[in-house]
Design a protein around this ligand. Structure first.
Ligand code: UD1
Length: 438
């Protein structure tokens, strides 16, 4: 039975590859499925999620939700589908206390706050862990929920929250936070009255969550716009749902970046270009051809890349999660590109690893200035987080010689068999299993 990908202190070995060819199927999105799993807390019954990626974060979320009382089991996808199915059984016997040792391992543990408060009136949870990009506050989540009537106490051990039935409220965010939007929407589903969120996040994963909640009986309008209106319903109006997880746009971007850096002609199945507008625009400016194709996108690149400037912004802007990929591409492009990070100040730690491959990158505040050097050279590098780890694998394929990527467990948190998928396109990449003592 699947759920997560294999753990262990493995190493990915990548060597000069390309041109890539064939097809790759993109799995469901990590940043959606974790929230959909948490949403199952709201309604009793047997929920079914399909197109679920086989990744470590799904395994951690399974442990976390199991600890509060959901029963989650995985089954293989049907023929022709990708990923796995997750059956989530909610009997209503939930204890809204999330143990520190599990909750601390994953940022998305914060997504339990909205559903647990709304349904049970209290929570006791470790503060969120996951990728460490520097401080990741949750003040907007808490202020929004306080406006709905909740009271919180934050201690070194975690977050404690209490409320009577939450009340609908007008909540305006100073910044369109993905996590805060998700928490307020899920809390508002069972609140008394109408909640209107302005300056809401518009990511496709928010739309996916709202789609599932609506299937469960929630009343939500405006998902995908900056104003979301939720009309609270009674508990008995909610029921379990079956839902297919939206395609992972960051994994899709990863396979597109691999074609850009190694050259080639690849069909990226299930890539949804409607969700990737700004990325497609920038990749095209760099000389990559991306066109809609049967069930996805055809990606071609046969010449040198051109440099561009990029700023990360909330959706529909250029996602911060794409950034390590484009920085790796710019390291090999003609000219100089500037990448500006507007979401996470600490998100340049992988630059040191790209420099080991010969990249010329200077950091100035929240700007990275990347002077294209034409080619990279293989080296031993460490994956500092999920997205940067994947970018290092792709860069390793484009580099001359052999690149070893260590700390692979970070990549496993969000990528479903990246090695098998790239190898399927003809890339020279393998995973070396390191058992204890080896
Ligand atoms: C989600 C994604 C992450 C992605 C990010 C932005 C998941 C599990 N993670 O993270 O991969 O990079 O969206 O697209 O889905 N902030 C505050 N106070 C708050 C909330 C956020 O200051 O209460 C700040 C954060 O510190 C950060 C920025 O706002 O600097 C963005 O955070 P947010 O949009 O909430 O991202 P996450 O939901 O944490």
């Amino acid at each position: 039975m699947s759920i997560g990908s294999p753990a262990g202190d493995d190493v990915i070995v990548a060597s000069t590859s390309g041109p890539l060819s064939g097809e790759v199927t993109v799995p469901g999105a990590k940043n959606s499925v974790l929230k959909l799993m948490a949403a199952a807390l709201l309604a009793d019954g047997r929920h079914l999620l399909t197109n679920v990626p086989v990744i470590e974060d799904v395994a951690i979320m399974t442990d976390l939700l199991g600890a509060v009382g959901l029963r989650i089991s995985a089954a293989p996808a049907a023929a022709g589908e990708s990923g796995q199915h997750l059956e989530i059984v909610n009997t209503g016997a939930i204890t809204p206390i999330a143990p520190f040792e599990v909750a601390d391992r994953i940022r998305a543990s914060v997504n339990l706050v909205g559903p647990l408060l709304a349904r049970f009136g209290h929570i006791d949870i470790a503060l969120p862990g996951g990728d460490d990009f520097g401080g990741r506050p949750i003040d907007m989540h808490l202020r929004g929920l306080e406006k709905m009537g909740a009271e919180f106490q934050v201690t070194p051990d975690g977050l404690f929250g209490r409320c009577a039935r939450l009340q609908g409220a007008a909540i305006e965010f100073e910044f369109p936070s993905v996590g805060a939007t998700e928490n307020i929407v899920t809390a508002a589903v069972l609140a008394d009255g109408v909640t209107v969120i302005t300056n809401a996040a518009r990511e496709p994963e928010i739309v996916d969550l709202c789609d599932m909640l609506r299937r469960m009986g929630a009343r939500i309008e405006g998902a995908g716009t900056n104003t979301i209106t939720v009309t609270g319903v009674e508990q008995q109006a909610l029921h379990a749902a079956t839902h297919e997880v939206v395609t992972d746009r960051v994994q899709a971007a990863t396979y597109m970046a691999a074609v850009a850096m190694c050259r080639g002609d690849v069909l990226v199945r299930r890539a949804n270009l409607d969700h990737m507008g700004m990325l497609v625009e920038r990749f095209r400016e760099m000389g990559v051809s991306i066109e809609p194709a049967d069930d996805g996108a055809r990606v071609r690149c046969d010449g040198p890349l051109r440099s561009v400037n990029v700023s990360t912004l909330p959706y529909p802007g250029f996602a911060t999660d794409y950034k390590p990929l484009i920085v790796a591409m710019l390291a090999m492009a003609d000219g100089t590109g500037i990448v500006t990070e507007n979401l996470y100040p600490g998100r340049f730690r992988y630059v040191e690893e790209l420099r080991r491959l010969g990249a010329e990158i200077d950091i100035d505040g929240h700007h990275a200035v990347i002077r294209g050097v034409g080619h990279l050279d293989g080296a031993i590098v460490n994956a500092p987080d999920i997205r940067a780890g994947a970018a290092l694998v792709v860069a390793g394929l484009a580099a001359q010689g052999i690149t070893e990527i260590h700390d692979v467990h970070h990549i496993d948190r969000g990528y479903d068999d990246i090695v098998g998928r790239l190898a399927g396109l003809g890339a020279s990449v393998s995973r070396i299993r390191r058992s204890a003592g080896a």
